[in-house]
Design a protein around this ligand. Structure first.
Ligand code: SAM
Length: 483
């Protein structure tokens, strides 16, 4: 028996240079502090403390979730381990501040992470770790409960029309340097609908004065709890027109390029990253904003969308500063200048190819070149962080669909439409009108208004899609690489 005591790292560390350096410094401090202490063993994958239940610190900081042990004795001398927990926690606090979350079962505090995730993370960096005693009944129950959770989130069920905030997937919490944010409380698979939310208010872009007046009127019509939700949102532009400040800080556009913005109690708590792991979309049919995971998100990771996608690092920083009133501190923006420059170069290539693909004259007269540009773009996107660029895939495949269908190639058009559909399901869900539109084109490409519009030089039936080709050969056929 005894009580578990320790601390968690929330949110977990990123793989960015800043977090890696901080973790390295932290491990150095720990090693220095315990030089000559026979209870502390520095291994190739972790620093282990041979006391209590052998808490450990991985060499790779991103894997770290928890440092804890069961305290069985009544005094420090009896348990041996509590001293290490307190000391390591104090060292961690000085470097990671509020990311270090102390907890103590004695005071009914149980930490942020479920044991299933903590144990999986420990397993990933510990070669051998035999528990000193079998887990107690409560641990077993927690284990069973937690293990079933990721399996209970099949993509098909989470991307159907949900209307509630699913608080099982995330928790709203303070994030050092970014105010509040959403942190994953379970592993969230790619394509999962994290959130589907109705706006508290929708507002048309206008002068601060008229936005303020409009919101003031609308707020009066809302129930008290909704008013409180609006008023609790962050405002980077306080002053005479405070409601307009809240709108400017938080509004998410109701559709691409829309001049109408929605204010949401939870979606508006999601912070920005230049390499996001989630995508926001306005679903016109259901009149809800949805947030989908664009890559697998690990428990303890912060959930990010992108407020500003396009442009170089400098352009993005300027827009975030001027339009939203903050300086971005995301993983990419914390990288050294050469890494930011490399990302800028890739984004410039993406922009250049995107413009080439969109040229209607080229699409008409040299479709082969336009298709090759789509393929080149895909190759560049493959090298980028998958979660950050997946939102570009539906359009990329849709462009390839349009090039094919305009020259009568139904076989390739239906494959491109299928790929566009699949990436749209990940970003927006099955119930998004855009997903449904492309699904119907996948089934019948001739429904598109430009079918055979430019020529019939690539004419093919939908059934001409080759069967039994390996992936490489299929791709060569699809992109006309050998033509
Ligand atoms: C829509 S709110 C997001 C929720 C906000 N963090 C809160 O506490 O309510 C946008 C504000 O969050 C902060 N923020 C969001 N993303 C950030 C980032 N990448 N770096 C620094 N601050 C960020 C900025 O203060 C920004 O104005």
């Amino acid at each position: 028996m005894g009580t578990d005591v320790g601390f968690d790292m929330v949110p977990r560390l990123s793989q960015g240079i800043e977090d890696r350096m901080k973790w390295g410094r932290f491990l150095e401090v720990v090693k220095q502090y315990y030089v000559g202490d026979g209870q502390v063993e520095v291994g190739p994958r972790a620093i282990r403390f041979k006391a209590g239940e052998w808490p450990s610190l991985p060499i790779e900081g991103q894997k770290f979730l928890r440092f804890s042990s069961k305290i069985t004795g009544r005094t420090v001398a009896e348990t041996g381990v509590e001293k290490y927990i307190q000391e390591v926690m104090a060292m961690a606090k000085t470097l990671f501040g509020d990311q270090i979350r102390p907890w103590n079962e004695l005071y009914d505090e149980f930490g942020f992470y479920r044991w299933i995730f903590v144990n999986a993370s420990i397993k990933s960096y510990e070669l051998v770790r035999t528990p000193l005693e079998p887990p107690c009944r409560m641990d077993c129950l927690m284990f069973l409960k937690a293990v079933s959770i990721p399996e209970l989130i099949p993509i098909s069920s989470v991307t159907t029309q949900g209307t509630d905030r699913d608080t099982n997937l995330y928790e709203v919490m303070p994030i050092p340097g970014r105010g509040r944010g959403l942190v994953a409380t379970v592993d969230i698979p790619k394509g999962t609908r994290i959130l589907c939310e109705k706006p508290l208010i929708t507002v048309k872009n206008s002068t601060p004065q008229s936005v303020h007046r409009f919101v003031a009127e609308k707020l009066k019509l809302l129930p008290k709890d909704k008013q409180r939700e609006f008023l609790s949102l962050h405002n980077n532009f306080p002053g005479q027109y405070a409601f307009a400040g809240v709108v400017r800080t938080n509004a998410l556009p109701c559709g691409p390029g829309s001049s109408i913005g929605g204010i949401y109690p939870t979606a508006c708590l999601i912070n920005h990253s230049c390499i996001p792991n989630a995508h926001n979309n306005w679903n016109e049919a259901t009149q809800h904003e949805t947030i989908h995971a664009t890559r697998d998100i690990l428990v303890g990771e912060e959930i990010f969308i992108s407020y500003v996608i396009e442009g170089s690092w400098q352009t993005r920083q300027q827009r975030l500063r001027n339009s939203f009133g903050f300086q971005c501190s995301c993983e990419l923006c914390s990288e050294p200048p050469h890494a930011i420059q490399a990302s800028d170069n890739r984004r410039a290539d993406i922009q250049r190819l995107d413009e080439m693909i969109g040229d209607p004259i080229a699409m008409m007269s040299s479709p082969q070149k336009s298709l090759a540009a789509c393929h080149d773009l895909l190759q560049i996107l493959d090298k980028e962080d998958a979660g950050a660029v997946i939102a570009l895939l539906p359009r990329l495949y849709y462009d390839a669909f349009q090039i094919s269908v305009a020259h009568g190639d139904q076989a390739r058009a239906s494959v491109f439409a299928e790929r566009s559909y699949m990436s749209r399901v990940v970003c927006e869900g099955e119930d998004s009108p855009a997903t449904q539109r492309v699904k119907s084109l996948m089934q019948d490409p001739t429904k598109h208004s430009t079918f055979n519009a430019y020529s019939t030089r690539w004419r093919s039936a939908k059934t001409a899609r080759p069967r039994n080709l390996d992936a490489g050969s299929f791709d060569k056929w699809l992109w006309r690489l050998s033509a």
